[in-house]
Design a protein around this ligand. Structure first.
Ligand SMILES: [Zn+2]
Length: 137
């Protein structure tokens, strides 16, 4: 199974801080122009409205990071197939999923997932080495 880290609790804490005025809206709605562009063009629609402005354009944007990813390191994932491909050819990398609202600039890291062959025992590729070898490094 893939390992996931969910930041839902931290998200809730930030939103509650915002509601009681402990943090300013400017501090949480500060998405970088690049991130806003990614949200508009390649983001996956979120199943809920923006928690800050109630806008309907909330998106999830994914980035991948890993020591061995080389030119793909830090890349924004445009198509799910890209993630699959990286997973088939790399032992391990992390995917960061950021929730972004193009309307108000709200952005929050909601999830970190570990991907790669190491995390897919008995995975898709039939010619794959036995899982046990992966742990003998
Ligand atoms: Zn918003």
């Amino acid at each position: 199974m893939r390992r996931h880290t969910d930041y839902a609790l931290a998200r809730r804490a930030v939103l509650s801080d915002l509601r009681r005025g402990a943090v300013a809206r400017n501090d949480v709605c500060d998405a970088h122009p690049e991130l806003l562009r990614a949200a508009r063009h390649v983001g996956d629609p979120a199943p809920h409205d923006c928690p800050v402005c109630d806008g309907h354009h909330l998106r999830y944007v994914s980035y991948v990071y890993g020591e061995r990813l080389r030119e793909a390191n830090g890349r924004c994932i445009v198509h799910p197939r890209e993630l699959e491909k990286l997973g088939e050819t790399h032992d391990e990398f992390a995917r960061y999923v950021v929730e972004v609202c193009p309307d108000c600039g709200w952005n929050f890291l909601t999830r970190r997932e570990l991907h790669g062959k190491r995390h897919e025992p008995g995975g898709l590729a039939p010619q794959k080495r036995p899982a046990v070898q992966l742990w003998q490094v």
